[in-house]
Structure formats: structure tokens, C-alpha cells
Design a protein around this ligand. Sequence first.
Ligand code: BDP
Length: 687
Amino acid sequence: NNGYSCWLQYDLLGQAAREAAVEWAQDIVLTEAAEQGPLKTAVDELTAGMAAMLGKRPAIVPAPVTGRRYILLGTVGGSAHVARLIGGGETSAFGEESYRIKTVCEPDREAIVLAGGSGKGLLYAVFHFLRLIVTGADLGSLDVTEQPKYGLRMINHWDNMDGSIERGYAGRSFLYADGRVLSGSPRIRDYARLMASIGINGIAINNVNVHRQETMLLTEQLLPDVAAIADAFREYGIRLFLSANYASPVELGETATADPLDAEVAAWWQRAAERVYRHIPDFGGFVVKADSENRPGPFTYGRDHADGANMLAAALKPYGGLVLWRCFVYNCQQDWRDRTTDRARAAYDHFKPLDGRFMDNVVLQIKNGPMDFQVREPVSPLFGAMERTNQIMEFQITQEYTGHQIDVCYLVPQWKQVLEFDTLVKGEGSKVKDIAAGRVHPYSHCGITAVTNVGDDDNWTGHHLAQANLFGYGRLIWNPELSAEQIAAEWVRLTFGDNSEVASAVTDILMESWPAYEKYTSPLGVGWMVRPHLHYGVDVDGYEYSKWGTYHFADRDGVGVDRTVATGTGYAGQYVGANAERYERTSSCPDELLLFFHHVPYTYRLQSGKTVIQHIYDTHFEGVEQVEQWIVRWRSLEGKLDAERFRHIGERLARQLDNAKEWRDVVNTYFYRKSGIPDQGKRVIFV
Ligand code: BDP
């Protein structure tokens, strides 16, 4: 098994399960026209999935055969039969992405009804139903009603047209090669299918760092290719977005300025929008990284981010398009001696004062933490801080700072902690998960997006186990109430089958992996300590004296960044009420974030009772031991799963162990030398 079909394997069922399913699935009753779009895809997916699992293709029929059970497929508005069987009242509040799966068992009609609020809802229902079959659900008593929590459920690609992927760890791009768009590639369709199966409804197909080549995606020359991708996406209910260079007209040599208040610039973008929508009528909009890490933006012209975003938003507005304006704006040329320019403060400082100035089709895209996708960060204080400005949360599925898909690091538990964080912006109960759903402030557009982890590797994600992050992301942002463990277990079952030993080993490894990665890398929330630019492997001082603004300030007495209001950068004061107070004081700051907020002596005692230095030593030994235990456990699975994945994952675990040991030895040695304090456990530190 090379992993290509991910969680959509649909292997032939065992005999008992097959017989039970065939009872229901000889006929699929369809009473409405399904010639194109998600409705047609739903019919095709159901038929193909059932055929693969049953070894027999169900028939599509317009009406049930008397006396025989059947599956009824349709939309609540389009099929009277569907509405009748599941009851009109129950579906009146159905959104177009909602669905219902229900077994109707009455003497004269025994059917499984799959009902969608639209073709798209129905497609989601089909994928859910197929999952239920794979996981052995009792088809005689199904009753599921689903509706996604978030309106925007997006994916960001950081793919470049030369075929490279910024922060990609799974091969080259499957969207572009050598400056061409791979629009006819079957892999793009397979990808849309994978994404729809986990509920993704928007995908931005190019890197936020947009160079001249990708700016061409907005031109007549390349729009037909982009439109071909949009066509493939549309069949699966996904809208296409493009990342746009803020200075596109200048980049293409068509205007002399990109000043947002210049009439010619605005007119250029209006023409661009008209062009894009002519090719792609349901185009989603632009993702924009402006005035960030040397990308152009409105600052060049003395304008602010509201001026910049609104000019683009005005161009897209007549067509219903959105501007996803990124808040990853900070000074990457900082002077490390001047702590008042603390990078953590930047997004809030730049954007909070602009609340109320953005058009309603602008959505601010905010990274989950104030820095940059570290293994541990506090939640961005900007999230929820703007009542009158739409927001979307940005996660990172690609493991830039969490092991490059060489190390296992299942990130769903991290994302869950972010979503569960109570910002207190409107008093208790102002959780991130509800802010992102527009339930705390009445945002007109909001949701969640993430930088994806896929490439052209056979298994899509490099490490087979990194598929769990992709799957988990989609499942979590459909329903953030699912637990990380539930999602892991579901993924494992769909991906590795029903061998219970394999299932529990893989689930345990996933669940232990984020804590383990945190243990053997940078301690207590301080972050970084990675090899500069590469971001894999240890280099404690790699960024310490650089201008990027990512420091740990370790010296002979202590470590950590003072971000308090009283004596530090003041960042802690960007939080609301009790959160600000909790982070401000060492005594109440959670251990795992202590060094993010405070500079403390090595002998400072954590809430756990350990000193900081002993915590560093212990966790680094424990992290490595954890990986060693996984390797022993993995070896015990030989012969219990396919040889290909067994070998592949085994190899990656061995590389992870090397990485973990290097981190342990370098970090422990570094802090031993700085502090001169020996390990109480008297283990060998200095190698
Ligand atoms: C950082 C990456 C960089 C991205 C940047 C971004 O190191 O490659 O361009 O974020 O999000 O994580 O724009």
C-alpha cells in the first residue's frame, strides 16, 4: 500500500459485513437530475465506493422495487421522496452544506436516506455514509444530522509555479511544474476528492509569497489553466482562491505605482476582477500577504492596511469575492537590543487600531499564535479583539517547525487547545472556536484555514502518519467538538484497517507525538532554537542574534523573554482581563508558556515543582525515550500491516530518533554549560 488513497480506501468488506450491506445497497433510488456538479459527484462516489466494498455495483433506479430495501439519495429541495421520508419540518432549517443520514424502517418502506441541503451537502453525506460502512456501523439504525460549524473551511497552498513548495515536505507541487499549471492532471481531481471528503470548501492554490511568475495567474494567458483547476474543484464543491501580489500591476509593468488610493491602480484591479470572474464565475477571492517579510504593501505609499485591503475588496465586491488579508505583519529587520519592537506584539499593534475600517468582504487572516507556528505558543491576542472586522484563523498543517514530516507530530491536540482558549473578549465563554464561527462577534465571513502539507509524493504527505494531520484538520474544522483521540482513531481505522493491535499502536503514537516533540525541542514555550531558515533540527542560538526577532535571551543566570507589562515588552497586556493577569505574573503563568512570557533564573521552580533547569534536562531525556519506545512498539507490528508502510514508517521513526537525540544533547549541553547546574539524575549530558 503506497498510501495514495489515504482514508478513502474502500477495500472489499469481509463476508458478514458485505452481506449486511448488500441487503440495503442493491438499488440506489435517485429522483432528481444529477448531470453535473456535486450532486453528480455524490452519485458517482456512492456508486463507486459501494461497488468497491461490495464487489457489486448498485443500480441507479428512479423508484424503489417493491419489497426490496434501498438507498435513497437526494436533496431536500429537489426530491419530494426525500422530504417525505425524513420529514419536511426537520429539514426546513437545513443549510446547503447540511445533511442527514437516516434509516427509515417501516413495514412498507425500508430505506437508508441520504439527504443534503444541496448537492454539496449530499456529497458530504455520501462520504460520511461510506465512512460508516468502513467502520462497521449498524445500517439498520442510522440517524445522523450534520452541519459544519464554520462557513469558510479552507486550505492554503504555498506552491510556486517552478514546482517547488515553500515549507513543503512531501515532494514537489502537483499543481505546477517548470512554470506551467498542471491543469489537466488527474491528481488534482483526486486531491479535490480527498479534500471534499473532509469537508474543505475553499482552496488557495499558490504561495502567499507571490512572485512575478505567479502574478501571471491573473492574466488572460494563464487564467484558462486556473479555470480548469476551478472546474475540477467545483465538481467537489470547492471554491478556488488565488494569492495575489499586492503590487501586481507594478510587477506586470502596467502601472507605475501600487498606491491603493490611486485611481489607476483601483481600475487595474477592477479589470483584473472582471477577467478572473469571466473565467471562474465562483472564484473565492484573493489571499494577500502585504508589508510582510519584504513583500510589497500599502506602507510603501504611506497608506495603511485598511486602505490596501479595501481597494482590493471594492474590486471583488460586485462578484461576491473575498479578500483574505494576512496579519502576519512584523518588522523582520529588528534590532535585538530594542525589546520594545517585540515581534509577538506586531499583529495586534498593527491591526487592532483599524477595527471598523475594513469592508465587509475583507477577512483578516490571523495565525494561531503571535509568532510563527511554533510547537507551543499562546493564542494570538488579536483573535476576537476586533468586533467589527471579519477574522479567519490560520493553522499550519505542514510541519515547518514541528518535524518536517520526518518526525511524527499529530497536531490536532494543539489546534484543539487553540480553539478551546477563552479570550474573554465578551466575558467568559468567548472561546476562539466560537469567534471563528462568528458567534461572539457577528462576522459576515469567518472560519478556519491552514497551510497544507501535501506534495507529489505517492502518499501525498511524505510521512504516512502526517496524513492524520490533513484528515484531522478537516474533521476538526467541520466539528470542533470531536476529540483529538476520536479523530485519530477514526483516521487509523480508515487508513490501516481493523487490526486492533495496529490500530491502538498507531493511535497511541499519534496521541503521544506532539507532547514528545515538545519535550525534545525548545522548552516551556520559548520556541525557535531551530536551524535558521531550514527550521528542522536544533541550533539553540541560530536566531539569537539575528534581526528576525526570535530570541530566548539565555545567559548564565536564566532564560526566557520578558513580555510583561511591568518590566518587559508589554505583550501580556494585549490579552483581556484575567488572561492578561495570568500571563503577567510568573506565579500564575502556565508552565508550558513560562519562558514565552518571563525571563527567569534556572533555579526558578515551576508549578510542577521542578526547577526550570531540571525540567529542561528531564523532558529532553523523556522525549527521546518516547521515540525509542515507539520504535520497539512499531517493530512488534511486523507482518500485521502491509510491508510497504511498515518499512516506510519504521525508517522515518529511525530518523526521528536521530533528530530527537541531537536536540536532547545540544539543548542539555547548552544549558548545562550556561548554568553550571548539574542534572539531579546524573545522566550523561555532555557528549
Ligand atoms: C513562515 C515561513 C515562511 C512564510 C511565512 C508566511 O517560514 O516561509 O512565507 O511564514 O506565513 O512560517 O508568510
